[in-house]
Design a protein. Sequence first.
Length: 497
Amino acid sequence: MDLNIFGFHLLGNERTALWTTPSDDEPPFLFPSGFHWGSAVAAQHVEHNQPSDWTAFEQRVARENLSRGKPGTAEPGHIRNWTAWPEDIRTKKTDFDRQYASDFALLREMGHNSFRFSFDWARIFPEPSNTPDAAGIEFYHAVLKSMQENGLTPFGTLFHFATPQWFWEVKDGKRGWERSDAMEHWGRFVGVIAREFGGQVQDWCTLNEPFVYLFNGYIEGIFPPLERRSGLPEIIEPMVALLKAHALAYDILHEDARRRGQQTMVGITKHTRAFEPLHNWSLPDRHLAALTEATFLWAFLDAIHTGILNIPAIFFSRHVPGLRGKQDYVGINYYGRFYVQFNLLNPASPTIHMHDPGDRSEVKSDLEWAIYPHGFYHVLTEAARRYRKPIFVLENGIADGEANDRRRQQFLVTHLYEMWLAMRRGDADIRGYMHWSTMDNFEWAEGFEPKFGLIEIDYRNNFARKPRPSAALYSQIISGNGISAENWNRYRHKELR
């Protein structure tokens, strides 16, 4: 009997007790020659502040002392512990603007061959003019030149949550992505980036985690534009606008590559989690977990694949002209497991748990996110099955501020194993892995509190860099192009030994 109908299992998603995916394979687990090994940052996280919507928000938070928040639970309109940091640190972030050359030299020493970064739209167009800022262009030329000198293949991101502040001025009653001239401004920015840097960058990510941006920015009020709309039906227009923005950027970047006579790969990267029911015995939990996965994980990628935006949770469907098939790869960001629970008081809005409140043995990050390597295998193999495209893992990491950061070491080995297994058993064509993140940095509404970096930043000591033990482990993995038997046996278990 086939229990699948309309893409959903009749019993919904199932919660597993697995840590890693069972396999009879023995280490070493080796990756293909030419695999991209690297790490990732974003402009607003690491660069000196530019006149963006996020910079304006940060300034307001500092001015009004809006610094509440608990680990992993952002408070609308606040940045956690923001005013505890001096203004010099708040505005320079990691001082990447002055230290990028030494950062890239350090990454070369660590064996990295790739680096994901983003272009700050507000640095290129601080004003809504037709002419880009010369200093902004010069900055990214220097950054890319330094990457090349250090043997790092660049992965360029165009939109990583921050936009110019002027983009949010009201135009015909609309702001931001809903403005009538939004695509005109976006296309101008992408065109400048392609013209200036298309000869140096062949791998492009147009949009970073669009559903996270839409949910946190338009429903939860955690990210700019800090809106509190009532639900998914109210964010359809900015969602469609982002899909159109991707299609436009795809066309511009491919046309530039065609003129240059070179190959290019263009896609988006999607924030993913394993959505599982809090209780397997609860059919509502299981159905809602499946529905949440279909909406949050796959709706946006499916839209690019088919040209039709379907949102199962609200029975919505719309054709988006010029979108179909415009992804050369699938970008995956993966961070762990969320538990879905039926909410009797509001059946249309399930409760999402970052970890199981009844399981004290669960491995969690400093943000109290449940760590779940097996879920990575599910996401990767499902993406491979749905789209039959190359996959780049463009973010995968853990907040671990311990001096020995053993959870990060465990996280690296177990998740790279799942990635290897997805390639071997699940027919996933995975081309590269970018660990999140290169260094500690500004983590949006969490501020400077979570430590995601392979490299520790001593903010109060002139932003001094110090590689963590996990950085050395990652270097071993890169050097051997895979996971050795020693490292697998040391880190494979849920209970660290």
